[in-house]
Design a protein around this ligand. Sequence first.
Ligand SMILES: Nc1ncnc2c1ncn2[C@@H]1O[C@H](COP(=O)(O)OP(=O)(O)OP(=O)(O)O)[C@@H](O)[C@H]1O
Length: 594
Amino acid sequence: MTLRDSARMAQHTLALGLLADRRVSITVGVLVLLQAGMAAGTAYAQRHLVDAAGTHLLGGLLAAVALGMTAHALQLIGWRFTHNLRNDLRDRIQLALEQEITEAAAKIPTITHLERADFLNRITMLRRGTLALSKTGWAAAHAASVLAGIGLSLWLLIGVHPALALLAVAAVPILPLANRAMRMQRQALDATAESLRRESRLHDLCLNPDPAKEVWISGNGAELDRHARALWEEAADLEARARLRGLGGEIGAWAFYFSMLAGALLVVGLLLARGQATPGDAVLIISLAGQLRLQQQSAVESIALVADGGRVAEHHHWLLTYATEHGVHPTGTTVPARMTAGIELRDVCFTYPGTDTMVLDHVNLTLPAGSTLGLVGINGAGKSTLIKLLIGVYRPTSGAILVDGVDLREFDASEWAAVCTGTLQDFLKLQTPVAESVGAGDLSRIDDTARIGLALRRADAGVFVESLPDGLRTQLGRTFGGAELSHGQWQRIALARGLMREAPLLRVLDEPTAALDPQAEHDLFELYAEQTRNFAERGAVTVLVSHRFSTVHMTDHIVVLSHGQVVEQGSHAELLGAGGDYADLYLTQALAYR
Ligand SMILES: Nc1ncnc2c1ncn2[C@@H]1O[C@H](COP(=O)(O)OP(=O)(O)OP(=O)(O)O)[C@@H](O)[C@H]1O
């Protein structure tokens, strides 16, 4: 953390506040500035009130009362007012920061970063620190105002006796110690990020219905909870110890301050006894000494908040820099409106981030425009990985994927995603009304109920959706009190979503019908085949992964993957004739269905 991090974040959050609400920001700014003089104003008025009372000057008395009342009222009302307005602004700034974080993370193409523990830990630290970040700007403004107020108070004190300036020096050790306490707390918070992420994941297993079923049947709930609690307690203990250690130093510094305050009061007593000060001066000093303590505490807290914001700002800066460096850089290459040659995988190798195993091993394949490709292979052969590379959520570790001869990396990832469609193995159960859950497959048509109805009918989901209490408007999922569906019905919703885009260039179907019966899968694939013929004019390619050979044999070209390598390829007839693995597996399944 540097002073520059803090200053940059203070500026950034003040700008976010102005964007969120210019009028409230300016009002708060004016009130914060005005408050700088209120403590000194109140003490000054009290001094004149006492002295004027002693000299029986009615005019002076009334002026002092008016000044004292105004300063005191402004101090109190202004504080309450700015406090509430600042809280409101802080919430809005926090929301804007959360949005910034999400947008920065979403700007990074592929999902590789989301599988990296260091990236996820940074995000956790950042998200836990957005409150601290959101306070930085106003804390800096408040600190400046309070420091100006302290200056005014000192000026009045020195006017009575220069030795009273020592009251300000007395508070000096508090600042670094309070800052140290905050730094220790923030370091503890950062150090516990991974444990708390684990704790949250473990508790999610017990609290989310899907994993909770298995947790229930295996009877592991108590053990998971014990493990999660141990992680939480370990983190809480670390944080509590950091807080206590920080507090120890702060208490010592405040004790020093109070002994100096006692000294100042002694000086006042002596001055009064010698007739070198008026009773008004004594009131001024007692009032300012009390106010000064509050001002100094307030300054220390505000500066520590700015410093704390600066520490989180380091993560914020890291994320924005990472997103800029790894984000999309326009290359000027646009995704073609139609494919003429098709997609080619040229010597593609792939290793998942953070692992050493090559999951795709020098894969060379051609997917001609307008064709359908069937991918088969045993569990873990690399089929889903290949699909993920094709849609661009991962990039090959080496080699290239070419679309009409252009490297996929050349395209803007979101533009390529916009021409891909399909259904993935681990499909999303989107808990929204049915129409949105399906319409999300093509955001431009999310309100097009006719199109959504067609997609549902094509996915053979029309009838069951009609039987839902509110048809297309039925809320899905129990989380929001909606209708719960069977796994197969959820899959049909996902299939309908994948049928929303009418003119894709690439359709991927990764075991899209695993929860459906073989006949339903067969019918659906006939629809896909027909659509692919209709898409042929655009040269669209369909890739199907399935363990059911009765479906796969309908594709134009079949590829058998084993341990990340292409071991066989050809048409169904060619592969049967070759009498290899494909023929063995096909005949085994055919016999089982007989
Ligand atoms: N996110 C990941 N991180 C690390 N390794 C992974 C990840 N996803 C998959 N793998 C590994 O990659 C290999 C290929 O997995 P993949 O899901 O591509 O196989 P698959 O052929 O689709 O299998 P299945 O038929 O079971 O769906 C497996 O060994 C798996 O352990």
